[in-house]
Design a protein around this ligand. Structure first.
Ligand SMILES: O=C(O)CCC(=O)C(=O)O
Length: 317
């Protein structure tokens, strides 16, 4: 028999109903590593997030300094696209008062608490993204390679980290829905690398080395407002967007601050990505007039800067 997540710590109890989830839903998350919950975020909230994203892209509101605004590898080479069509993702929106409301949305927090905590647990928002997957230009660069999110995180235990990912519109196989390998969260963090795709791959989009495509997987098709909650070891990715529209989803990774602690990733399979992320952060400091050579920052510091309280208080991360 495989071990239950968080076995023996007295925090995660898969046998009882939670604040929102039934015991059966919680057990689905425990067993499969993900749970799809329908109709979590109402349309009027999604419309506010969409408008805010458009305002940021069109520069009608200023992006907070710590936010990263990213272009798709093919868009980055095109001079013809501007505004919302030129941006594939905004990342680290914790200082944006409108987008950050997503992370504080009470039903989402309660569901996350049901799978990585208990009533009263202190949760932090660690990583925030609004993903605007562009129509694929035939080179398949709009795909997101199969990966495990723990690859990017220097904090543990993995069982106390969870991602909430909300569809901002109908998301299906045509526009590149999430693809998950059920049960894969019970395995280890696998070595990742940049996939050797002919059309190139977006910055920091690492995929699992020697990924075996025959593993049984599920296409998670969603309506606007549906939210999938998943474990950071779950193998997942997303397909190409074969429509003309820009497919939008908003997400937040949460950690249970009562139980998670930073770990040193030197000498592990995460060492390479940690160097890449530190380099990216240092380049941002250059924009504010600092010489990257003068900046001492480690991988955990980057996450200390990103982490934000969403309920309760912050003591560890
Ligand atoms: O939104 C997507 O297409 C995939 C996002 C994802 O898997 C990630 O950012 O880790």
């Amino acid at each position: 028999m495989t071990q239950l997540l968080g076995a023996g710590d007295g925090v995660l109890d898969w046998s009882r109903d939670g604040l929102v989830l039934t015991a059966e839903q919680k057990q689905h998350y425990e067993r499969e590593g993900y749970l799809l919950v329908r109709n979590v975020v109402p349309t009027y909230e999604l419309d506010r997030f969409r408008k805010r994203f458009q305002d940021i892209c069109e520069k009608r509101v200023q992006a907070p300094p710590n936010m990263t605004v990213m272009k798709d590898i093919t868009i980055a080479k095109s001079e013809f696209l501007s505004g919302e069509k030129a941006i594939t993702k905004v990342q680290d929106f914790s200082e944006d008062p409108v987008l950050f409301e997503y992370c504080k949305y009470p039903t989402i927090i309660d569901i996350v608490n049901d799978v990585i905590g208990k009533p009263g647990s202190n949760l932090l928002a660690m990583h925030t993204m609004l993903i605007n997957k562009p129509p694929d230009n035939g080179k398949l660069t709009s795909r997101h390679p199969m990966h495990q999110d723990l690859q990017y995180f220097p904090f543990r235990p993995a069982d106390y980290i969870c991602c909430a990912w909300t569809a901002m519109e109908k998301i299906n196989r045509a526009n590149g829905c999430l693809v998950v390998v059920p049960g894969s969260h019970k395995g280890q963090l696998l070595p990742h690398e940049y996939p050797k795709w002919e059309g190139g791959v977006n910055k920091a989009y690492h995929g699992i080395q020697d990924y075996d495509p025959s593993m049984p997987r599920i296409h998670v098709e969603m309506e606007a407002g549906d939210t999938v909650f998943f474990h950071p070891l779950l193998i997942h990715g997303s397909g190409a967007n074969r429509t003309e529209g820009f497919r939008k989803a908003i997400s937040c990774h949460y950690a249970n601050d009562d139980l998670c602690r930073y770990v040193n990733v030197e000498g592990t399979t995460q060492e390479e990505i940690s160097k890449e992320i530190i380099d990216m952060a240092k380049k941002r400091f250059r924009r504010y007039g600092s010489n990257p050579e003068d900046i001492q920052v480690d991988f955990a510091d980057i996450w200390r800067l990103r982490a934000r309280e969403v309920n309760g208080s912050r003591s560890h991360l």
